[in-house]
Design a protein around this ligand. Structure first.
Ligand SMILES: Nc1nc2c(ncn2[C@@H]2O[C@H](COP(=O)(O)OP(=O)(O)O)[C@@H](O)[C@H]2O)c(=O)[nH]1
Ligand SMILES: [Mg+2]
Length: 199
């Protein structure tokens, strides 16, 4: 797919500030610092559409970007900096939980959940994916980010371990897995092809 235009549309503090449902939305979620904004910039071929590396935990707004004037990329606030929460749901940020639970699948076509490819399965990611698979409706994929940080075989080892220890336990499996690097610019075509197929 060719990206002909990419524009910031709006920021929302919660579900109520989101744009009216209509254009298909593709959301990106993961721990703070996992590389969501960098991946969005890679996908659209712009260095600074999404702001990279703002103070972790400070980006609490849902950011919408209009692509090709036809569909939206959604940069969700990262999880991982909440204080001990009353429920698993609240731990992932109210706005994120609300958006992912309540946005209709006709609008929220797909969620890309980012996982740091360097790390063995992390408790918080496991808890988040458990919730995403069980309590939300839109299809989702996993994106193993920052693959340039280690050897290809180490990445494969981590992905396979994740497959065995985490994915096998999920109520709803991801529809695809991607391996990306914003530095090596890899994984871009695969994700854009997936989005294209869902439009
Ligand atoms: N080596 C490497 N660094 C990355 C990659 N993606 C993001 N980063 C770095 O990781 C940090 C956090 O990235 P950012 O996109 O802001 O993460 P976000 O908090 O999930 O939006 C920044 O310093 C990025 O430059 C990647 O694929 N490879
Ligand atoms: Mg970000």
């Amino acid at each position: 797919m060719k990206i002909t235009s990419a524009e910031f549309l709006t920021s929302a503090p919660g579900l109520r500030g989101c744009p009216p449902p209509g254009p298909p939305e593709f959301a990106f979620i993961g721990r703070s610092n996992v590389g969501k904004s960098s991946l969005i910039n890679l996908l659209v071929g712009r260095r600074d559409l999404a702001k990279v590396s703002q103070t972790p935990g400070k980006t609490q707004l849902i950011n919408f970007f209009s692509i090709n004037r036809a569909w939206l990329l959604v940069d969700l606030p990262g999880y991982g900096f909440a204080k001990v929460a009353k429920s698993a749901r609240a731990d992932f940020n109210e706005a994120v939980a609300d958006y992912l639970e309540k946005r209709e699948p006709a609008t929220l076509r797909h969620t890309f959940a980012l996982i740091d490819s360097r790390l063995p399965p992390q408790k918080l990611d496991i808890a988040f994916l458990g919730w995403l698979a069980a309590d939300t409706a839109s299809p989702y994929s996993l994106v193993f980010s920052k693959a340039d940080k280690q050897s290809r075989s180490k990445t494969q080892e981590n992905v396979q371990r994740f497959e065995r220890e985490v994915i096998a336990t999920l109520a709803r499996p991801p529809t695809a897995r991607f391996i990306t690097s914003a530095v090596e610019r890899s994984g871009r075509n695969e994700i854009l092809a997936a989005i294209s197929g869902l439009l």
